[in-house]
Design a protein. Sequence first.
Length: 572
Amino acid sequence: MHRSYRAAGLIALACTLALAFVVAMAPDAAFAATPLSLAPAHSVSHLFGDLVMAGPLALASLRKTEGELVTRAAAKIGEVIDGMAEDARRAIEAEHAGILSDLEATRAEIRTLEAAPRPAPATPAPAAGGFANADATRAATVAAAERAATISDIGRRAHMSAEAIDTALRNPDLTVEAFRSQAFEALATRDAATMTRSTGRVAEFGGQDADDSRRRGMADALSARMAHAGGDRTAVVPEHARAYAEMGLAEMAAECIGHRGALRTSRQVNEVFERAFHTVSDFPGIFVDALNVRLLARYRTATPTYRTFAALYTTTDFRPTYVIRAGDFPQLQPVNEAGEIKSGTFSESAETFRVKPYGVSVNLSRAMIVNDHLGAIDQVLGSVGERVTDWENAIAFAELLRNGNLLTDNTAVFHAKHNNLAGAGAAISVGSVGAGRAQMVKQKSLDGLKLNLQPKTLLVGPDNQTAAEQLFTAITPQISGNAVPESFRRMAPVADANLANDDGSAFLPWYLFADPAVAPCFVYGYLEGYEGPRLTSEQVFGVQGMKVKLEHDFGVAPIDFRGGYRNPGAAN
């Protein structure tokens, strides 16, 4: 598309030689009548300098090329129309970018020729050494031209700015090797910095480099598309991920491995996925990141019952962790006349909580990935999220029904000694629930402070659900003694299938629990930094699809008795 400086110099040399021949043939020119071998040394030097540095002809040719490139660039971008296929649009953008690259290189050469210095005229020398001086001047001029052409070529290939190239050309002390080192540094700096690719897809955000930006952008776009395909019509692609919003899995995989060209056949799609999963590329990580975003979203929207009576407690490792119970802080003491404040101590508590690691492998079929069935994948993730919360719920209720001993006094959580277990079972009624509430209000801290705890949840099994809900209805009872106090309405009846007998017989016990944020009887939690299940790639893409490992760190433990009450229940 454009000529190098060496080519331009050769063209100019040929043109000027022809001009010199015409001058030599002129009849009245003294210089023309003089044989070239007898011409003064400074005349030969001046003539050769004009031959090598004949700028006007080279500049005219380059400016003509510049005009043609400008016209072509405008025509090419005009080929983009509304409704055009994505592949066709990208092809036009790529060609347009190539034309602009050639245009910038041509303009750089023009600026270089305009800035190139002309050799200074050689001083006259004795006739005996005329040709020696001419040869030296000729060599210096050729070296200057070679240096200018080489520096310009190196700078253009390194995509250096025209200003940097011009500065180098004007510095006579800067060698080609030194400039080559500068160009290498410029390339290294640009590669390490965050840049936007010519496709416009990889963009910097949040101080991340191009690879991290692409990974996050693709993952967020993919998770948003997955949510939309799964039925969430409110899902929106974030601004930084808009460039990838219309890309399918195969297109993302192709970009991650540097594949160019359209994917027209199933074989090409399969080959791209094979390379993306088998080679060192970002695609497996991007895909798993998107899966984790959706998995956590589905997991966090779940509301398992155990969270209504257990408090969240996060640990830093898998070792048993001591927890502080309600009332452990020392009570205030009077200040004496001397202004002395008495010291207090925390009440001793030996209750501990421990998180344990769990895991299982799951498969995403090859057909789901190759066919880009994001809705099916989201349904799989949804079932995984629901299964995890159901599993957590089962563990928590198993701990509740186990009614294990507290370490502090080696007594069960619900026990007559703790004044939180009814002496005889009773059906759900205003009287029985009121008796349980009274016991909770009377509970004291380890230091003897009255806690005045109020129940927030009435927890029942399916067999007691209707009776519990009827207790809180607004229907006016026929007997005033059956009227439901207004304060009861601050409680919420909650039923769970884990409070049921497997043999089909009625499960009648029911529980009262205070707000777990105030007085928890049980705690649940995760390992710090892993507040939910997570997926990791366990096996690369193969015949059976993609195998991922589901890991989850979770634990449930009893820590206190004061915030709960149990009634063995009875038939209505």
